[in-house]
Ligand binder design. Structure first.
Ligand SMILES: Cc1cc2nc3c(=O)[nH]c(=O)nc-3n(C[C@H](O)[C@H](O)[C@H](O)COP(=O)(O)OP(=O)(O)OC[C@H]3O[C@@H](n4cnc5c(N)ncnc54)[C@H](O)[C@@H]3O)c2cc1C
Length: 278
């Protein structure tokens, strides 16, 4: 199918993007286009204007400062995969990136686009939640920072306002005691996951502390499994599985019951990763 007709404008500054979003109610920002163009082609959305932000300065690059790793919104998945800073200081994101689509998609798709799109089966929103990350956005009132736990509001719904541009994401830099775990089940490598789990923890002697388990593909947003986190902090994997209180709905990929079972399988795998010596 072909998209409905739309106008196209390439902008060179955040101010221009924010102003245009204010002038056109149904305009959409265009980053990598790997989700947006598909929805246009399937006529799931028909914006009158696409605002191309690829030439806006200051939205790229990966930096490590003040104990945090900051990733610009326009950093592409493939660029992030090659980043030594991300490999060293954001190892959970490094583990998740190869699971996103295929090479061609990772060459164009951006980290900012993935977080803003907030697909409930996407890897990066769950990573951000597991890492207690932050999102920077610029809108008509200037810049603000939103915690990941307050960002994902519902199905494809985020805390971004209609005139907001996501400019960067930030996660705490991993240290010597950081543990991460990641696993997903997809029909074929590169497909969206049926269920996935992104996890982070701190090694506390032989125990774990600060366990964060963020499941994806099991609800409208990525979800923390807080009772299972508490059980895993006590080192009891069976108790963590028993405490897993997810209630996934049926979807096109699997029934809720199958998803719940798969979530327990992933929890055991990821618990082993967290408990392994690094
Ligand atoms: C076949 C296929 C398989 C895929 N598989 C996966 C997968 O397994 N896992 C996965 O996570 N993703 C998958 N994707 C999606 C891919 O990761 C996209 O790159 C990503 O979801 C969106 O990033 P983008 O830069 O392409 O955004 P775009 O498609 O350009 O934009 C997506 C949405 O986000 C908005 N947006 C983009 N950037 C910003 C910004 N800076 N501020 C505010 N709003 C913004 C746009 O207006 C639009 O509404 C797949 C895509 C395809 C086509």
């Amino acid at each position: 199918m072909k998209p409905a007709p739309f106008a196209y404008k390439k902008v060179h500054s955040l101010e221009e993007a924010v102003a245009l979003l204010g002038e056109h109610d149904d305009a959409r920002l265009l980053a990598g286009g790997q989700s947006l163009i598909a929805t246009l082609n399937m006529r799931l959305s028909a914006p009158s204007l696409l605002i191309d932000i690829n030439s806006v300065g200051g939205l790229g690059g990966v930096t490590h400062k003040n104990g945090k790793v900051e990733i610009g919104a326009l950093v592409r998945h493939a660029e992030a995969e090659r980043s030594e800073l991300i490999a060293k200081y954001a190892p959970l994101i490094a583990r998740a990136l190869p699971h996103i689509g295929h090479t061609a998609i990772r060459n164009r798709g951006t980290l900012g686009g993935s977080i803003a799109f907030a697909d409930p089966a996407a890897e990066l929103p769950a990573c951000l939640l597991a890492l207690d990350g932050e999102i920077d956005a610029t809108g008509p009132k200037g810049k603000r920072t939103i915690r990941a736990q307050d960002f994902f509001k519902g199905l494809f719904e985020t805390a971004l306002g209609p005139q907001d541009v996501l400019t960067a994401i930030r996660v705490p830099a991993a240290g010597k005691d950081t543990r991460t775990g990641f696993a997903e089940l997809a029909r074929r490598h590169g497909d969206y996951a049926i269920v996935g789990l992104a996890a982070s923890a701190r090694a506390d002697g032989k125990k774990l502390s600060d366990v964060h388990l963020a499941f994806f593909g099991v609800g409208a947003t990525p979800l923390r499994a807080r009772k299972a986190e508490a059980a895993l902090t006590n080192g009891n994997v069976d108790a963590a599985v028993a405490a897993l209180d997810l209630a996934p709905q049926d979807d096109v990929q699997a029934t809720g019951a199958v998803k719940k079972h798969l979530a327990t399988v992933l929890l055991r795998r990821v618990a082993n990763q967290l408990m392994e010596a690094r």
